[in-house]
Design a protein around this ligand. Structure first.
Ligand code: OAD
Length: 253
């Protein structure tokens, strides 16, 4: 990662009055959670996530889909926030202490940002830690132990099932959550895009909204992404290393 760019970005962040960060699976990779487009591990390697994370797959085979999601849920529970998550929580606290704004819009469903101490988190794609009734939409947080029945029956309506409260391919994002992320993106001075391939819309459009409204845009990623060609600055490296160094380069909060 280029030290000059790091200090340039740190200077911008230190002067910013409103910051938005969007995160993707890459920010949780160093917590041992596979990114969405990595090959799958172990018993799921023959499954394609793009095929399992759909309403059609759930309709066709709810037992397999819910078994896969419970496997992922338990993996997220067993994972710990990494220094990248912790640095974003520190950035939020630093800005809040100065009466300044920070919004974290995440595409991740693992709730590691909240466990790291982030407060203002917009879950654009829902959360694997909450499951909802297919008949009533009522939600619950299952026990942190393996589910025993697949598909899990809903306790809210006879014959109904529980499904993970995540956004599947082809489903709409929670519109009030996305609207809040758009409002923040329009108003921010600095927009950080961390650990996302920036290929899934509408989430991937937020950085363009920020840029169109004059924000300084920064990409933190191990490699090039669809957004790299036009961001103002790119910090290449694992977010668990880059983000703590960025916070340190900002100087005393
Ligand atoms: P992807 O798997 O598409 O992209 C992960 C990104 O993280 C890639 O750009 C990697 O280069 C980068 N990356 C990997 N390890 C990293 C690290 N240690 N530090 C920094 N970057 C790292 O995951 P997402 O972009 O999150 O949507 O995928 C977006 C959406 O696609 C997901 O939310 C999901 C999927 O469809 C839904 O489920 C609706």
């Amino acid at each position: 990662m280029d030290a000059g760019t790091l200090h340039l970005v740190a200077e911008r962040l230190a002067k910013a009055r409103r910051v938005v960060a969007i995160t993707g699976a890459g920010v949780s990779a160093e917590s041992g959670i596979r990114t969405f487009r990595d090959t799958m591990d172990g018993l799921w390697k023959e499954f394609d996530p793009q095929r399992l994370a759909t309403p059609e797959a759930f309709e066709r085979d709810p037992a397999t889909v819910t078994r896969w999601y419970d496997h992922r849920r338990l993996g997220c529970l067993a994972a710990d926030p990494n220094p990248g998550h912790l640095a974003l929580a520190r950035l939020e606290a630093r800005l809040a202490d100065a009466g300044l704004g920070f919004v974290l819009a995440t595409q991740n469903v693992d709730r590691l940002h909240q466990r790291a101490g982030s407060r203002r988190v917009l879950e654009l794609h829902g959360s694997i830690m909450e499951w909802r009734c297919t008949a009533t939409g009522r939600k619950l947080v299952p026990d942190p132990s393996p589910m025993t029945r697949f598909p899990p029956p809903s306790p809210f309506a006879e014959g109904a099932l529980l499904r993970p409260d995540v956004v599947w391919f082809g489903e709409l994002l929670p519109m009030e959550v996305f609207a809040a992320a758009e409002r923040a993106s329009r108003a921010c001075d600095v927009f950080l895009s961390v650990g996302t391939s920036s290929v899934v819309f509408p989430a991937a459009g937020l950085i363009r909204t920020a840029a169109a409204h004059g924000a300084y845009t920064v990409e933190i990623n191990r490699e090039e992404t669809a957004a790299s060609v036009w961001v103002d600055a790119a910090l290449r490296g694992p977010s668990g290393e880059v983000l703590p160094r960025l916070l340190a380069a900002m100087g005393p909060g």
